[in-house]
Design a protein around this ligand. Sequence first.
Ligand code: MRU
Length: 331
Amino acid sequence: MRTIDWDDEKGVVKLIDQTLLPVTYTIVDCSHLDELIDAIKRLKVRGAPALGVAGAFGVVLACMHVHTETELDAEIERLIHARPTAINLSFGVERALQATIHGRTMHEKVRFALEEAKRIAEEDVLVNRKIGEYGSELLDDGDVVLTHCNAGRLACVDWGTALGVVRTAIEQGKRIEVIACETRPLNQGSRLTTWELLQDKIPVTLITDSMGAAVMRDGKVDMVLVGADRVVKEGIFNKIGTYMHAVVAKAHQIPFYVAAPLSSFDIKRSYKEVVIEERSPDELLFCGEKQIAPLDVKVYNPAFDFTPFELIDAVITEKGVVRPPDLNIHT
Ligand code: MRU
């Protein structure tokens, strides 16, 4: 099934619980906004494009359970702030909310929001396919691609952005291999990227994040290809560790590419204005149930970092590949 979808029979949002992968494949239903917000915060659903769709379906759930505009505003506020860094969440919320304007009753608003949310989900798949088409031109037969975090179908509705580029290149008959960094502390790389690539029988090798520099120096990587949570005036935000790979790629003259839909673009904003989500210290103090650090140690746990355009060779969007100096584009 798709990463996130609407179940017409039950009238609920259904999503793959990504916290349980790769051990268990479980679909969870969210019938109330509280459940969806909890799923977003716990990363049951995650990745910028999937968060955009979650935001839009969240508006539907909100409209289903409120009676007044004031109540709706309060629910939307909670939804938008569930995670602060990926711009797609507010993009999806705002589009669905805009659609509700056409409804006079809450019942009508539900209908308009749902139509729009489904449209956003369909668009996401098409956009990823386009990104795949443009991005695959950058890949040659035999290339090895290093990626960080998960910018695959699990981060979107289907197909993926960075991994969508890999999938499209493979569809075209190119032999491509992926090196997946595990992506501490929540291991989206080892748990999700490897899982979804193996499902498609795409060759993938797992490494720790700290091995990135050595494999690049040793000539084992042809390009770095990642997704983005937000593209701003001066660069991109993506999973913590992305900046480190960009610096190393530059040092070894390895191309560094970012695949991102225009819905992740917030190009008028400066990086200084973006809130980087800080997550619970428990993510570093524990590995599952097991304690792996002294509980009284001070912990710093930002979920994302900023990579400036100087370190990026191109951003792949659904409208084409943009290279510096054109990266300071306005959408
Ligand atoms: O914390 P996450 O798992 O939501 O972070 C996801 C990422 O950083 C992805 O690389 C990004 O959202 C791009 S997904 C196409």
